[in-house]
Design a protein around this ligand. Sequence first.
Ligand code: PLP
Length: 451
Amino acid sequence: MSEQQHKFVLDESEMPTHWYNVVPDLPAPPPPPLHPGTREPVGPDDLAPLFPIELILQEVSQEQYVEIPEAVRDVYKQWRPSPLFRAHRLEQKLGTPARIYYKYEGVSPVGSHKLNTAAPQVYYNSLHGIRRLTTETGAGQWGTALSYACALFGIECEVWQVGTSYDTKPQRRTLIEVFGGQVHRSPSRMTQSGQAFPEDHPGTLGIAISEAVEVAAQADDTKYSLGSVLNHVLMHQTIIGEEALRQLAKAGESSVDLVVGCAGGGSNFAGLAFPFLREKLAGTQDPTILAVEPTSCPTITRGQYRYDFGDTAGLTPLMKMYTLGHQFVPSTIHAGGLRYHGMAPLVSHAVDLGLIEGRALHQRECFEAAVEFARTEGVVAAPESSHAVAQVRREALACKETGEEKVIVLGLSGHGLLELGAYADFLEDHLADDPLSEDSLQAALAHVPTV
Ligand SMILES: Cc1ncc(COP(=O)(O)O)c(C=O)c1O
């Protein structure tokens, strides 16, 4: 067997020093968020009750690059630069001539990409003497990341966890508590937004966001933190793609054909994809860029591109995005982090411009591909990440048919070692596919406000 290189690593000193902001490079400016009351574009003052000024400025930034603060880089260095692997064994198993690389974010202390934005968000809040941060969590990965980041910077963390995930993943709750966070089942009885639903409601990310925003808006010493969707969150994640580009160069790949990530709110996907999109727009590379979502929550592939609320109660600004309607209640599939009714406005805008495409997959196919991935590469992917794994498998098998030696980059956003219950359901054949019916989709879309 010839000597093969399996992983491409960067030294700490080679870690990117700046995040990338795609906005100034896009061929058309993204539509602005609108105030939920006046329906005028929101200004910094509207966001000030929820976010520190640094994040508000990043949200509207026109700068192509924003420097990563020293204190944040110091946190990143605990696990960054994260490795880029060449999936030789998977390629061999599939019999594909494609070259598959995966950028693995599961090496972070909390097991996912979410710490890339939790660290800077908490850091900026810490500069203003904020006592407490509130947030939502779906699968639990975001709550875990924020809880750990809060522990690092001495801030309290209060998490509203989507009901189904709270009920089925007690270990995730424990992990958040180990890091010092406090967890509430959402819908809770503590907020008006939660009280609008029965206590045993399965919950949605939209409801959990409403609860966390409501609490933050009512206390001066408390701010809110969002784990996806917003421009600044996506920008913090671009360190993934910036590192991947450097690592691919080390692997001798000067251009890639396909970039694939899973998309819930869009942050890990954009974090990997936007630096490649920069290269595409500059004409130096021409990758096809795919965002993969579940068929049961098909925001890009079946939603509408229009203004909608980011939360169920309608407390957030109206954002122009692909949406299934802010009252949409997705089925209780295992990829909790992909059960969100909307998609990041920047990802939505890029889809609308024809720069990015969506794909939707059933969860059984995703787990099947993830099990194969585990048995070849040794990594148990998070159920969210398994959507990207399954799409890459499809693409690699297509290359087998055509003989194309495509270079494929897969975003592996996290590990699934706390999601083994989902894997057990799959292995024991208890997992069902649950596509969204046209009637349910139309009923949910009927609640989208007319702007
Ligand atoms: C491991 C993992 N991947 C992906 C996602 C989806 O979020 P996003 O689309 O913002 O990356 C989540 C969300 O919880 C997650 O935990």
